[in-house]
Write a protein that binds this ligand. Structure first.
Ligand SMILES: Cc1ncc(COP(=O)(O)O)c(C=O)c1O
Length: 374
């Protein structure tokens, strides 16, 4: 097949998504503007109930972002100075940034070379008497092996948080991402499968007491208003965001299925090539927040795709253990070889639900042509 230079493929096309749901979204926004109920209210409560149900969780608490969701979960568990919290080395910065912002020390563990999720075999070795929690990430939309991680956490009596920012609706053996730990945390950043029109986040838990404390901390520790039993902060989701997210939640499964279908087409088109395609653990439902390939000359391919009007991105170029801000922790290059190799070789291709097969074929052929010339 020859590549067609007239095709443009962005990494994400939120405008195309909006075009498919415009009347529903506009109606939801108009209702909020007419009611002027911008803080709290029925849209927040409704979204919390719907996300709790969607995520097979007893409780859900809305907050300002996916970052705050992790921050508030750690805070609720009383994690602070002197404590160690384990994080994968290969993830978005917020997973470990929130540990440091709570005054605790991030301890990094390398990831599995196939799934890019925390390598369960390395976890126990990283646990010390100071370890208070693990933040396990379900990266790129594939739930990590929570049962195995939880068994280790239970044995050592430490908390487990699932950073499910990228994995809402993903499953491990039929159990929803976020539902199997002390806390599961979601992000509604616009590029997520369930993305708002700005920032937003949600924490889910099966534990009523933890949910109450977290809710209190997200509202300055006040209940009733102006009576503060705890020093908390303002981490709330806007009613406008909740109203938009409730519309989008109705479409989420269809969108995630379409992402999986797009991934299957890419996989087929890359068959027999030197392009490394994503590993899908058959125990999971993969929601493909990202479609990640591995190639030898990744930076060369990225530049080439840019020239061909194909959006792509490196998630993530620098693993967390070698980030400048964590230099004081004493890690060095070579400590987390799988994370370091992933950071050098991986590239996210467009996978959003509105992609047309013709666009996927164009992207796949352009990638194949480049890789074959190497
Ligand atoms: C794995 C992971 N954790 C945490 C976050 C933070 O979410 P937010 O951007 O909503 O603060 C993100 C979002 O990019 C993420 O991908």
């Amino acid at each position: 097949m020859s590549t067609n230079t007239s095709i443009k493929v962005p990494l994400l096309d939120l405008r195309a998504q909006y075009d498919t749901i415009r009347p529903e979204v506009d109606d939801a926004v108009r209702k909020i503007m007419e009611s002027c109920g911008f803080i709290g209210g029925p849209e927040i409560k409704g979204l919390e109930e719907e996300i709790a149900r969607y995520s097979q969780s007893a409780h859900a608490v809305a907050c300002a972002s996916g970052t705050d969701a992790i921050l508030m979960a750690l805070w609720t568990l009383g994690i602070g100075p002197g404590d160690e919290v384990i994080s994968p080395a290969y993830t978005f910065f917020a997973t470990a940034g929130t540990i440091a912002n709570n005054g605790a020390t991030p301890v990094f563990v390398d990831v599995d070379p196939k799934t890019f999720n925390l390598d369960v075999h390395l976890l126990e070795k990283a646990i010390t008497p100071r370890t208070k929690a693990v933040v396990a990430v379900s990266l790129f939309g594939q739930c990590c092996d929570i049962p195995a991680i939880k068994a280790i956490c239970d044995k050592h009596q430490i908390y487990l948080i699932e950073d499910a920012a990228q994995s809402i609706g993903s499953e491990w053996e039929g159990k929803r991402s976020g539902s199997m730990c002390d806390f599961g945390t979601f992000s509604f950043f616009p590029s997520k499968n369930l993305g708002g029109a700005g920032d937003g986040g949600m924490v889910v838990t099966q534990n009523a007491e933890l949910a109450d404390k977290l809710r209190l901390l997200c509202n300055h520790g006040a209940k009733p208003k102006y009576y503060h039993s705890l020093v908390g902060t303002n981490s709330r989701l806007d009613a406008l965001q909740a109203a938009i997210l409730r519309v989008k939640l109705r479409h989420l499964d269809r969108w995630s299925e379409k992402r999986a279908k797009n991934a299957a087409l890419y996989n087929q088109l890359f068959e027999g090539s030197k392009v490394g395609t994503p590993f899908h653990d058959p125990r999971t439902r993969h929601i493909y927040n990202q479609y990640i390939i591995r190639v030898a000359n990744r930076d060369g391919l990225k530049a080439h795709l840019g020239e061909k009007n194909i959006g792509c991105e490196v998630y993530y170029p620098v693993p967390l253990h070698v980030q400048q801000c964590f230099a004081h922790l004493g890690y060095k290059a070579g400590d987390m070889p799988v994370s370091e190799q992933a950071a050098a070789e991986t590239l996210a291709l467009p996978i959003y639900p509105e992609l047309m097969d013709e666009q996927i074929r164009y992207v796949a052929q352009t990638v194949r042509d480049f890789v074959e010339k190497q």
